[in-house]
Design a protein around this ligand. Structure first.
Ligand code: SF4
Length: 407
């Protein structure tokens, strides 16, 4: 297997897709908003350049996933964003040159004003309008028709199993698997017959201790049975319900062989979009690290949009309530933080997602001190390091990767 992988990775598949050019107007950042941060991601020609913001509508959800990072949200966190505030938020980001918006939860389809929010975003001029959803409500055709008609252009579905037993156990709602399959079938049908969702339909799998061994089967299920053409797998972030859970949080060394098998299958068989996220470069085999085409095709960080976030939050983390921090979200004379603004009245924090991961949510194993990739590496989820420690990580030399030209 190892030799086959090396040979395959050495030759690699055809040329990468053409660059995507967006309208990344270089507007000056306003108070409390965040400019695009081109320096905190790997360089890539594959990235959609539209300025992207993700707006959290509240933390209410109709699923109870075992790895939910919100855990059990407090009552006040479950309340929804009032629509006038949503309109104001959308206006502000649009005014800053943002043309891509995503609605997050909790579960955004439970927000009573979700269709109005999508329609308002379209009216303002956003060209990419997305939701990240568990999709159970999208099984209702009348609701799906309404949100698509309002102007939705992309759906990312959280689904983590290829059989009912696994999906329902992970999301802790009996019958969820069937509801999600029904939703996917309808969305695929709408795409094929009406050209809906021009920015795509993807399934987002949280790779965890209960499902990673089934990755090849999940690919087969989603690509062939469900006819989805875009799959993303993200390594579990052990927070919320999953904090400290070694059963749900596998060691990288156990998951990586399955990830490699998945890449081989994607190259040789499925040939559809497959990306992974949350794996630092040092846990990947040299044959992958050394192949620029493969890295840029499969490592999600090369495609992810630079993303600003506006989320419901109990506090500004390291930013004091009401404090406006600039430049670039780094608190002067203090620890680095990603929060650039915390609005006490709204209970809302704003930050760049890539900065947030690097400065607040991920930690740097001791090896990072000697690693030549530390300028592009986000590090490792802190929750993972709390469970497994940092002894398995090793520094990487740029010369041992295909990254030289990209850094
Ligand atoms: S910077 Fe740290 S986590 Fe990232 S690749 Fe290097 S050793 Fe691994």
């Amino acid at each position: 297997m190892a030799n086959f992988v090396s040979r395959l990775f050495a030759r690699s598949r055809a040329a990468a897709p053409p660059p995507i050019v967006g309208d990344a107007g270089a507007a000056a950042p306003a108070r409390g908003l965040i400019s695009v941060r081109p320096d905190n991601q790997p360089k890539s020609q594959l990235r959609d350049l539209r300025k992207n913001v993700e707006i959290n509508i509240g933390k209410a959800c109709n699923n109870r996933c075992v790895f939910c990072i919100d855990g059990l949200p407090k009552r006040e966190d479950r309340s929804y964003m009032p629509f006038p505030k949503m309109q104001h938020e959308l206006q502000q980001w649009y005014g800053e040159g943002y043309r891509s918006v995503g609605f997050l939860g909790g579960e955004p389809t439970t927000y009573p004003k979700i269709c109005d929010s999508v329609a308002y975003a379209r009216e303002l001029g956003f060209t990419r309008i997305a939701i990240a959803t568990n999709a159970t409500k999208l099984r209702l055709h009348h609701f799906t028709d309404r949100i698509l008609d309002a102007g939705l252009t992309r759906v990312t579905i959280s689904m983590h199993g290829h059989i009912a037993e696994l999906e329902d156990k992970l999301t802790r709602v009996p019958g969820n698997f069937e509801k999600k399959c029904k939703a996917i079938r309808y969305l695929v049908h709408k795409r094929r017959t009406e050209g809906a969702l021009r920015d795509g339909l993807s399934v987002n799998i949280v790779l965890n201790g209960w499902n990673y061994r089934y990755l090849p089967k999940m690919m087969q299920f989603f690509y062939e049975r469900m006819q989805v053409d875009d799959l993303r797998v993200n390594f579990i972030r052990p927070e919320g319900y999953a904090v400290g859970d070694a059963d749900l949080t596998p060691q990288y060394k156990k998951v990586v062989p399955y990830l490699i098998r998945a890449i081989v299958l994607a190259e040789t068989h499925f040939q559809k979009v497959f990306t992974f996220g949350g794996f630092p470069m040092c846990v990947l085999p040299g044959s992958l690290r050394n192949n620029k085409d493969l890295l840029s095709r499969y490592m999600g960080e090369y495609r992810d949009l630079s993303t600003a976030c506006s989320v419901r939050s109990n506090g500004g983390d390291r930013a004091a309530p009401g404090q406006d921090i600039s430049p670039l979200g780094i608190i002067k004379n203090g620890p680095p933080s990603s929060v650039v603004h915390y609005d006490q009245e709204e209970g809302r924090a704003r930050f760049n997602w890539q900065d947030r991961k690097r400065h607040d949510l991920k930690g740097q194993p001791t090896a990072c001190g000697q690693c030549e990739l530390s300028s592009v590496c986000e590090g490792v989820w802190k929750g993972y390091l709390d469970i497994w420690g940092d002894r398995a990580f090793r520094p990487v030399r740029v010369a041992d990767t295909a990254l030289g030209a990209l850094l």
